[in-house]
Design a protein around this ligand. Structure first.
Ligand SMILES: Nc1ncnc2c1ncn2[C@@H]1O[C@H](COP(=O)(O)OP(=O)(O)O)[C@@H](O)[C@H]1O
Ligand SMILES: [Mg+2]
Length: 253
């Protein structure tokens, strides 16, 4: 279902969780300036009986289109977010965009982020869907794990810590074309020591529901060795130490 951005049906999504008419009016004007035309009520999350792309602690994410007819994801800052604006998130995500990571940001204000729409699912649901379709095999899963680790290595080298990659399912999306997207830079920081590779390895291979699913395809020969390689990498972040981690995944030693 598609509604105009000014439709009263979605006013409670634009100003969430409480309707505030000043905020609402300001946001609508900004959306119009950005060229956002319609909101497309689609997605796997339901809010007030409306389908949306997602809802987190800091934002509501809607599928929208602009006057050009292209689809985008619009992240709207929740009024009860712990952040007073989304500018740090925007700056950090724009930094990752420079190296080809994260949904590309088109435009933003203090409360709105218009970015590339990722047509896909969170990694856990994606893995479940594809293992049910029986079109998953070891090679494909290894490719995906490698690609995720490479993106995290790039983030480590940018000195940007995503901050929430242990909660992998909410933060890594896989598109229908197998494109991997790290999303949600709300908790990211350039001031902490980056731990993207170690956090994501934990979630992919060592603990939690995603790692359990992945272990059906990738058998780690020695967990002790993997932990050891992680420790070495944590101590001295070099390409060689990173590739030692990859070797444990790829079974090449
Ligand atoms: N660019 C995008 N394309 C498609 N869906 C997205 C996009 N960004 C976020 N989402 C969806 O919205 C959800 C919430 O977004 P997120 O950025 O994690 O919000 P929060 O910072 O509030 O946690 C995500 O888990 C995802 O399902
Ligand atoms: Mg989130």
């Amino acid at each position: 279902m598609k509604v105009e951005v000014r439709s009263p049906l979605i006013s409670n999504l634009i100003s969430y969780p409480k309707f505030n008419s000043d905020e609402y009016r300001k946001r609508i004007l900004d959306l119009e300036k950005m060229g956002v035309k319609d909101v497309i009520l689609e997605g796997f999350t339901q809010l007030y009986e409306l389908k949306i792309l997602g809802k987190g602690h800091s934002g509501i994410v809607l599928k929208v289109n602009t006057h050009s007819g292209k689809n985008f994801a619009l992240k709207i800052r929740r009024l009860d977010s712990r952040r007073k604006d989304c500018l740090t998130e925007v700056n950090n995500q724009k930094l990752t965009n420079l190296v080809g990571i994260g949904p590309k940001i088109l435009e933003n204000t203090q409360d709105l982020i218009l970015m590339e729409f990722i047509k896909g699912k969170g990694i856990f649901d994606w893995l479940v869907d594809h293992s049910n379709l029986t079109d998953l095999n070891k090679k494909r899963v290894v490719q995906i794990v490698n690609e995720i680790l490479e993106q995290c290595y790039t983030l480590d080298n940018l000195n940007l810590d995503h901050g929430e990659l242990t909660r992998i399912d909410n933060h890594i999306m896989i598109s229908n074309k197998n494109q991997i997207s790290i999303i949600d830079f709300e908790s990211s920081s350039t001031k902490r020591k980056p731990s993207n590779v170690t956090s994501v390895t934990q979630a992919l291979l060592l603990s939690g529901a995603v790692s359990k699913k992945i272990s059906q395809y990738i058998k780690i020969k020695s967990y002790d060795l993997l932990l050891n390689q992680l420790r070495n990498y944590k101590k001295i972040r070099t390409r060689l130490h990173f590739e030692n981690i990859l070797s444990e995944v790829n079974g090449k030693r």
